[in-house]
Write a protein that binds this ligand. Structure first.
Ligand SMILES: [Zn+2]
Length: 150
């Protein structure tokens, strides 16, 4: 009897020793299966979560320059993170509006180059939230300030 993989959606022959096998043997699918298992375990098992946190912190202490080096070697990762941080900043800004006077915007739009970022969580919704993020500049100080400078 064949099953359909929950990750790649291909049909596969399950291993007869694995009860209710839902993922094929492909490494990407096995990685997805493990990631889902770990995500669920982190929510359900506080001891597991604490052990994972300790393990991660110990690794971080042994490899203090890992992320600094990673960011230097992966500029796309760095740019993506900066863009996502700007999205988070703009969400915070919009959240602040609800608590303040609704007629007072927290920033004004200036003419210029902007990046439109759709809200990923609601990709199937008819109406999309669009956050207006100022385009990245070459000055690092501008990137750090984000939307505050508008
Ligand atoms: Zn698969």
């Amino acid at each position: 009897m064949e099953n359909r993989c929950r990750h790649c959606h291909n049909i596969f022959l399950p291993n007869r020793w694995i009860k209710d096998q839902q993922y094929c043997r492909h490494p990407k699918c096995q990685k997805a299966r493990k990631a889902l298992w770990q995500k669920q375990k982190m929510h359900q098992d506080p001891d597991y979560k604490a052990n994972q946190k300790d393990s991660w912190e110990n690794w971080r202490k042994r490899n203090p320059d890992y992320w600094k080096n990673y960011r230097q070697q992966h500029l796309q990762y760095l740019e993506r993170n900066r863009l996502l941080q700007r999205v988070r900043n703009s969400k915070r800004c919009f959240a602040g509006i609800a608590k303040m006077d609704t007629l007072t915007p927290c920033f004004s739009y200036k003419p210029g180059l902007y990046t439109l970022v759709p809200s990923i969580a609601k990709m199937d919704a008819l109406a999309q939230k669009v956050f207006i993020i100022p385009a990245l500049t070459s000055k690092a100080s501008d990137c750090k300030r984000g939307l505050d400078r508008l």
